[in-house]
Design a protein. Sequence first.
Length: 213
Amino acid sequence: MTEFPDNVVVIDHPLVQHKLSILRDVATGAKEFRELVKELAMLSAYEATRDFQLAETTVTTPITQTTTRVLAGKKVAVIPILRAGLGMVDGILELIPAAKVGHVGLYRDPQTLRPVEYYCKLPEDIAERDVLIVDPMLATGGSAAAAVEFLREKGANHISLLVLIAAPEGIREVLASCDDVRIFTCAVDSHLNDHGYIVPGLGDAGDRLFGTK
């Protein structure tokens, strides 16, 4: 695999890799595909929040009082890139139910393969939150890089990108425009084909999530 800096994390946990294999399979139907995306999003968020800071607190158990640790006032925003990113939101909210959700709408011009913004709605306190941008596929990287740019214009500082499959081209594109963003992916695939699809990939994640063509 191509070497990338430390802020690119490939989640190689056995459960992640097992579920990703089923997700790739052309025989996997929409219902199971959605369930797997949700589960993989949750597992990815578990890894992406590993460095969240903790603070000590005191609780009383049925036996005695004890000192334990809780999250140190961490506020999180989950920002799916429409539409496929929607499939990852519920899994993360099960893990972080207090997170706020914003949305960024982008489409890829079929001729230039560049992103075009059509919607952006974010929490008002986005500057105070750790931001998790989510999208199943990091292909050309144009949409992800544009989403990061939009968020930074709105004041976001601490941004991570969570994807399920990435192409090397997409990773390089994101890092070229925002080299301090952390990227979490379950796999880095071989390359992009002439149509901008990841190879071997899993096809169009949005179509498979929502049963459209």
